[in-house]
Design a protein around this ligand. Structure first.
Ligand code: ZN
Length: 342
C-alpha cells in the first residue's frame, strides 16, 4: 500500500508502506477520507511545532474515516462496517487515565504525532490497523467525509465543556480556521444566543456566516466593529480563542464581561497577557487539550443530524496529489478544510 509521508520540511512523499495484519482485538480499515489539520501543515512547512520535530519519516494524518475490511477476535465490527477512526489511544493505566482524564495520559499514542520516538505513524494511507476501540461505527446517513471531521469536532466539544453552560450566552470566537468554525457549531448546539466571530480574512468569515454565526467581523479591515460589545465593562460571557494570536486575545479581554470565561484553544506559543484585566474583571482562564469521550459524542451528533459539518469541507483531492492539497490547505483565502481521498 501507499502512504503520505513527511521526510523533512516541504518534503512530502507518496511512499510504499508496510501493511500490518490485525492482531487479536484489532481491525484493519480501508481509509476513505483524511482531513488535513493545522498540525499536519506545521509538519509540512516547518517539520514540527514547538519543541516537537520529525526525527524519522512519518505518515501524517489523524482525521480519518473508512471501512473495516479485516478483524481478528472482534465481534461488534464486521468487514464492511463504516467507521470514524479515533486517533487517540491512551494507556488506560496511568494516574491520569485512572482519574478519568485520559486526554492527559502519560503514555498517549496519538496517530501522526512526532511527540514520542519512534513516532506514532499517522492515518494518511490506504489501510490502517488499529485497536477495535478506536474504530467508531457511524450512522448510515453520515458520509465518510463528514465522519473524518469527528476528531476536530471532538476537540471543540471538549473545549465547549470547559466553558460550562452556553444556553442563552453571548459567545465570542476569535480565529475562524477549522477549529473556530467548528466552535460556532458547538456554541449553537449548546444554545448560545449570540455568536460573534472575528478573523483577519474574509473567506473564512463567509463560511462562519453559513455555519450560523450571528456576526462575522474582519478585525483587520474594520477595527471598530467590536465597539458595540465594549459597552460598560464588556458584554461577552464566553470567549473561545482559536487564533493563537496575542493581539486577538488582548482585544477580546476588553469585550468580556466581568466573570466571563476564556477558553484558549489556539496554541500560540509564548503569549503575554495583561494580568490586571484578568484579575480586576475576575475572568476565568481555561485551557483545553484534545478530547476523550467527546469523539463518540461527535460521531453521534453528526449521525443524528444535530451538527452539520459539511459547509466546512471546501476541497477533496486524491492522496496522490497530497502536495497540492497541502498547499491549498495552507491558503486561508481558498480553503477551510481540505480532505484527501484514498
Ligand atoms: Zn494513561
Amino acid at each position: 500500500m501507499r502512504a503520505v509521508v513527511i521526510h523533512a520540511p516541504k518534503d512530502l512523499r507518496i511512499d510504499d508502506y508496510p501493511d500490518v495484519a490485525p492482531r487479536p482485538g484489532e481491525v484493519r480499515i480501508k481509509i476513505a477520507n483524511g482531513g488535513i489539520c493545522g498540525s499536519d501543515l506545521h509538519y509540512y512547512h516547518h517539520g514540527g511545532f514547538g519543541t516537537v520535530r520529525i526525527q524519522q519519516p512519518m505518515a501524517l494524518g489523524h482525521e480519518i474515516a473508512g471501512v473495516v475490511d479485516m478483524v481478528d477476535g472482534v465481534d461488534h465490527l464486521k468487514p464492511g462496517t463504516r467507521v470514524a477512526v479515533n486517533p487517540s489511544k491512551p494507556c488506560g493505566q496511568c494516574l491520569h487515565c485512572r482519574e478519568g482524564m485520559r486526554n492527559q495520559c502519560l503514555d498517549m499514542r496519538f496517530l501522526g504525532s512526532a511527540m514520542r520516538f519512534p513516532h506514532v505513524q499517522g492515518g494518511f494511507r490506504e489501510f490502517i490497523t488499529v485497536d477495535a476501540t478506536q474504530a467508531v461505527p457511524i450512522a448510515d446517513e453520515l458520509s465518510l467525509a463528514e465522519a473524518a471531521v469527528a476528531e476536530p469536532l471532538a476537540v471543540c466539544l471538549h473545549a465547549g465543556k470547559q466553558a460550562g453552560p452556553l444556553l442563552g450566552k453571548r459567545v465570542l470566537i476569535t480565529g475562524c480556521g477549522p477549529i473556530g468554525a467548528l466552535m460556532i457549531l458547538v456554541a449553537r448546539f449548546g444554545g448560545a444566543a449570540e455568536i460573534v466571530v472575528t478573523d483577519v480574512a474574509d473567506a473564512p468569515l463567509a463560511v462562519a456566516k453559513k455555519l450560523g454565526a450571528t456576526h462575522a467581523i474582519n478585525v483587520a479591515t474594520n477595527a471598530t466593529a467590536l465597539d458595540p460589545w465594549r459597552a460598560g465593562k464588556g458584554v461577552f460571557d464566553t470567549l473561545f480563542e482559536a487564533s493563537g494570536n496575542q493581539a486577538a486575545l488582548r482585544t477580546a479581554l476588553d469585550v468580556l464581561r466581568p466573570g466571563a470565561t476564556l477558553v484558549q484553544l489556539g496554541l500560540g506559543g509564548e503569549m503575554t497577557l495583561p494580568i490586571n484585566s484578568i484579575v480586576a474583571k475576575e475572568l476565568q482562564l481555561r485551557g483545553t487539550f484534545r478530547f476523550d469521550s467527546e469523539f463518540e459524542l461527535a460521531v453521534r451528533l453528526m449521525g443524528e443530524g444535530l451538527i452539520d459539518v459539511k459547509p466546512l469541507i471546501t476541497a477533496t483531492m486524491p492522496f496522490e496529489n497530497a502536495v497540492a492539497a497541502f498547499e491549498l490547505a495552507s491558503d486561508r483565502a481558498r480553503s477551510m478544510k481540505v480532505q484527501l481521498t484514498f
